[in-house]
Ligand binder design. Structure first.
Ligand SMILES: [Zn+2]
Length: 199
């Protein structure tokens, strides 16, 4: 049993375990309280594994190749961050490292750590803490902004040199969507119920 306050009229409701694809509405004002998601566990795991594959591609393959005359310079996500560090642009390097490299990876491992045991009906330590952390870092993933920055840089550099987008750019762009799908597939009410309901 969970207690939830209506976000429209603040009436407190006690919500029993909900079947899949069910909605709970406020008894006083009819506002939507909760919507349980169909097949949340399988969909979250599937999107997260796809995300990890894309992530591996985005990290290992070249992001951009810059051709100027006979000189070709390839940059990857990690080597780009390394260059920022070596040029003493440390706040930006740290920001990109956190938001584009570490947080997405933490999110994906966190989701698997919580959802795979739920799928297998086994209990793991710290699942509640991991899920709580996942919900806290959610707004801090800013890969979209980084992607936008790359597109702007490509457009600007394009006047001076030939820019060839690498495989990693495509993987990174897809990863933004896939990670979003994974996060939206998460039915947090169901997860809390399962995690807290276990003995
Ligand atoms: Zn209400």
């Amino acid at each position: 049993m969970h207690q939830i306050a209506c976000h429209e009229c603040d009436l407190i409701h006690t919500i029993p375990p909900m079947p899949e694809s069910a909605t709970a509405r406020c008894v006083r004002c009819g506002a939507l309280l909760l919507q349980s998601k169909a097949d949340s566990i399988n969909r979250t795991i599937a999107w997260t594994i796809s995300g990890l594959i894309l992530y591996a591609v985005a990290i290992t393959f070249p992001f951009l190749a810059i051709k100027s005359g006979s000189i070709v310079q390839q940059t990857g996500l990690l080597s780009g961050i390394q260059q920022l560090f070596s040029q003493d642009i440390i706040p930006l390097a740290v920001l990109i490292l956190l938001t584009c490299v570490l947080i997405p990876l933490m999110q994906m491992f966190g989701l698997l750590y919580v959802f795979v045991p739920l799928k297998l009906n086994i209990r793991v330590k710290f699942a509640i803490n991991v899920f709580r952390l996942f919900q806290h870092v959610k707004p801090w993933s800013m890969m979209e902004i980084y992607m936008l920055g790359i597109l702007i840089a490509m457009a600007k550099l394009g006047k001076m040199a030939t820019i060839v987008p690498g495989l990693a750019v495509i993987a990174f762009g897809l990863l933004i969507f896939v990670l979003n799908f994974a996060i939206t597939a998460v039915d947090s009410h169901m997860v809390w119920e399962r995690l807290e309901g276990e003995p």
